[in-house]
Ligand binder design. Structure first.
Ligand code: FAD
Length: 145
């Protein structure tokens, strides 16, 4: 969702199928099937995919297995966009806030350990099972159905 929002705002996003990195005295030389460049600093911004760190054989340290499922929708003028919702449940927590353009985002956060204990393998399509009375009331005002 964040990536799509960035692209919507004009960020250029390129996919490559080949990556080559070389450390030089002045920084890095980056090569790819879509061109190359030199850089003083290299940032691995691929999150848990760790594309650059894996390439450089840097060992990862895993602290948790948090996951999240999110969706966004338009809200009418009657919806109070100043409200932020955070609500815990026995198996995770909800978060909702407004984003640009009278849109509302709703996310359910949990850890794969908790889902496994509940015998659940897939978070998608699950949000309805976890919806609480308070969240339902909150979303009810959004009139998004
Ligand atoms: C469920 C959950 C809840 C969290 N809650 C909190 C919190 O409350 N507070 C907090 O401080 N932190 C929280 N975190 C941690 C926080 O989200 C991360 O530390 C942070 O997002 C890491 O940022 P990042 O830019 O390194 O990676 P990411 O945000 O993961 O961004 C990596 C991006 O790279 C893209 N990408 C991956 N591989 C490739 C590829 N091969 N080619 C191109 N693009 C690629 C991905 O699609 C993604 O857009 C939470 C994490 C999770 C999973």
């Amino acid at each position: 969702m964040l990536l799509n929002s960035c692209i919507e705002e004009g960020v250029e996003y390129k996919t490559i199928s080949y990556l080559n990195l070389k450390k030089t005295n002045h920084g890095w030389t980056v090569g790819s099937d879509r061109g190359g460049f030199k850089a003083k600093i290299l940032v691995d911004a691929t999150g848990r995919n760790r594309v650059v760190s894996t390439f450089l054989r840097i060992k990862s340290i895993i602290f948790d297995n948090l996951i999240c499922s999110s969706f966004k929708f338009n809200v009418g003028l009657d919806f109070d966009i100043s409200k932020i919702l955070t609500e815990s449940t026995p198996c995770g927590w909800w978060f909702s806030c407004s984003i640009k353009g009278r849109k509302q985002t709703v996310s359910f956060f949990t850890d794969t350990d908790l889902l496994k204990k509940m015998g659940i393998n897939n978070l998608s399509n699950l949000q309805l099972e976890f919806i609480t009375e308070y969240l339902a009331e909150y979303l009810g005002q959004a009139n998004y159905y």
